[in-house]
Design a binder for this molecule. Structure first.
Ligand code: NAD
Length: 335
């Protein structure tokens, strides 16, 4: 029997290509795993399921607690709720973690970027509570609960402590949204003061924070923010280190964790074998750390760093000509 069982959701668009490549690298590195492959997204509907998130897929993640997920496409205008929002809410995956690092051999405007974005994943403006008040007037409700704000703050400070990070910066707009963002801030302050005085703490109004990020991202360490802000700032930060093809992610709750790249299903390049599998592979390394296979994760990280530093095999988004599988093969050769 395999040591680990992981749910594998290939997803849509480039999803099957990048998860397929990731699976090959993880197995080649010696990950002793049984994959349970299940659909989600447009693929699930095409296979005859009534919903983009089939009950079997959700149940398998609940049972096995860990999943590697490719990006999915939510068919627009057909009444389906987003797979990602459903997963986050059903499994209470309240912490989204996105490490953003400069990579060897990937030339960008900045060197030495080493940020981690921690995004509250279940509340804020993405709570999905919208109303038509009267014809011509609609509202979208921003939700912040003390419980939600305290637990994401505690999660962030614990993460920073375990990972030997030095500082947490909260991005906010409490000058305008005094109650919701005000609560987010007061909870973060409380956790820092009462439980984690070891970690430096600062607050920045998000508009100024974005300016400072693009001026000099190296002045930040761990960024903590509510749902919508985290979504936007993640892509901004991806742009600092080479784009969406190189930024991994994890959605973590107390009972389950789903690992996936920040990027989407990239319909413009789907099926062409040219997608960069690195973001998904890096998410796979985060998964290995989560299941306490850190040594395997380090080997894979060293292998892809070597391939990038050598520069001969690169995907098109990083200025090269290699395809998805060619890049994965090069990583496997360096393991
Ligand atoms: P996208 O991330 O799919 O693509 C944006 C751009 O980045 C495209 O030009 C694409 O070719 C490029 N790109 C993305 N990933 C790449 C990779 N690995 N290698 C090389 N290039 C890559 O964003 P989008 O076009 O806004 O969204 C497309 C679909 O994906 C939408 O249906 C959206 O809802 C969905 N989406 C899903 C997720 C998810 O499941 N986690 C996240 C974001 C978007």
């Amino acid at each position: 029997m395999a040591k680990h069982t992981v749910v594998l959701i290939p997803g849509d668009g480039i999803g099957p290509e990048v998860t397929g490549a990731t699976r090959r690298v993880l197995e080649a590195a010696g990950f002793d795993v049984a994959w349970i492959e299940l659909p989600a997204g447009a693929t699930a509907v095409e296979q005859g399921y009534d919903d983009v998130l089939p009950p079997e897929t959700l149940a398998a993640i609940r049972t096995n607690k860990v999943a590697l997920k490719g990006p999915v496409t939510t068919p627009v205008g057909k009444g389906f709720r987003s797979v990602n929002v459903q997963l986050r809410q059903a499994l209470d995956l309240y912490a989204a973690v996105r490490p953003v690092r400069s990579l060897p051999g990937v030339a960008t405007r900045y060197q030495n970027v080493d940020l981690v974005i921690i995004r509250e994943n279940t509340e804020g403006l993405y709570s999905g509570i919208e109303n038509a008040v009267v014809p011509g007037v609609v509202t979208s409700l921003k939700v912040a609960t003390e419980k939600g704000c305290l637990r994401i703050a505690r999660w962030a400070f614990r993460y920073a402590t375990r990972r030997h990070r030095r500082k947490i910066t909260v991005f906010h707009k409490a000058n305008i949204m005094k109650l919701t963002d005000g609560l987010f801030l007061s909870c973060a302050r409380k956790i820092q003061e009462e439980e984690y005085p070891n970690i430096e703490y600062e607050e920045t109004i998000i508009d100024a924070g974005c300016m400072k990020l693009v001026q000099d991202p190296t002045r930040f360490d761990v960024l903590l923010m509510e749902n919508l802000y985290g979504d936007l700032v993640s892509d901004l930060c991806a742009g600092l280190v080479g784009g969406l093809g190189v930024v991994p992610g994890a959605n973590i709750g107390d009972e389950a964790a789903v690992f996936e790249a920040v990027h989407g299903s990239a319909p413009d390049i789907a099926g062409k074998g040219v997608a960069n599998p690195l973001a998904c592979l890096m998410s796979g390394v985060m998964l290995l750390n989560h299941v306490h296979e850190e040594a395997l994760g380090e080997r894979i990280k060293a292998a892809y760093n070597a391939v990038l530093a050598e520069g001969a095999v690169r995907t098109r988004d990083l200025g090269g000509t290699a395809g998805t599988d060619e890049f994965a093969d090069a990583v496997i050769a360096r393991l």
